[in-house]
Ligand binder design. Structure first.
Ligand code: NI
Length: 181
């Protein structure tokens, strides 16, 4: 396993539509384990392959990593698809490992059903809600070249991104868990 280099906004690779994986082989399994290691190294709660410069439909999610809050499990998924989204939505703050330090409220479906392949190539179906549902939606957006900042009104987005781009002291390492995805 290895921690891979992250791709940062405004890199064009974050705007590409990811290619579907044809076969879950050792290379894909290595990508999944490297992505998990990278997510943990940067204290993230989800990561999509385009964020490590790989244009493929692969994500890892580990939404709750705090024992006291009832830890969720690590999930790696290949070719994930949203099968259902609840009409009920919820507003919550989001961040992204590719846009470190930028956080804003985003409205997302409260509950989702996601299908895809696991690391063994088996079809899996996950029904989840709350933060984990939000992370799945955020990561699958990455596979379609969509970033959470795209949901903000243009004034909020412009102000946040201007500050982000100007902040030359911005470093790769976050000091505290940022709940970024
Ligand atoms: Ni992200």
């Amino acid at each position: 396993m290895a921690v891979r280099a992250l791709v940062y906004y405004p890199d064009d690779r974050l705007r590409k539509v990811g290619r579907k994986v044809q076969r879950v082989d050792d290379e894909v399994r290595r990508l999944l384990s490297d992505m998990a290691e990278t997510m943990y190294a940067f204290r993230g709660i989800g990561l999509a392959a385009p964020q490590v410069g790989v244009n493929r439909r692969v994500i890892v999610v580990h939404a709750v990593q705090d024992e006291e809050r009832g830890s969720s499990s690590l999930i790696g998924m290949v070719n994930p698809e949203i099968i259902e989204k609840s009409p009920e939505q919820e507003m919550a703050e989001e961040g992204c490992m590719s846009i470190p330090g930028v956080h804003a409220d985003v409205l997302r479906s409260q509950r989702v059903v996601v299908e895809g392949l696991d690391a063994d190539g088996n079809r899996v179906r996950i029904e989840t809600d709350g933060l984990e549902a939000r992370v799945f939606l955020h990561e699958i957006d990455h596979l379609n070249g969509v970033l959470f900042i795209d949901y903000l009104d243009s004034l909020t987005r412009d102000v946040l991104l201007k500050k982000y781009l100007e902040d030359t002291s911005r470093q790769v390492e976050s000091k505290a868990p940022d709940q970024e995805a």
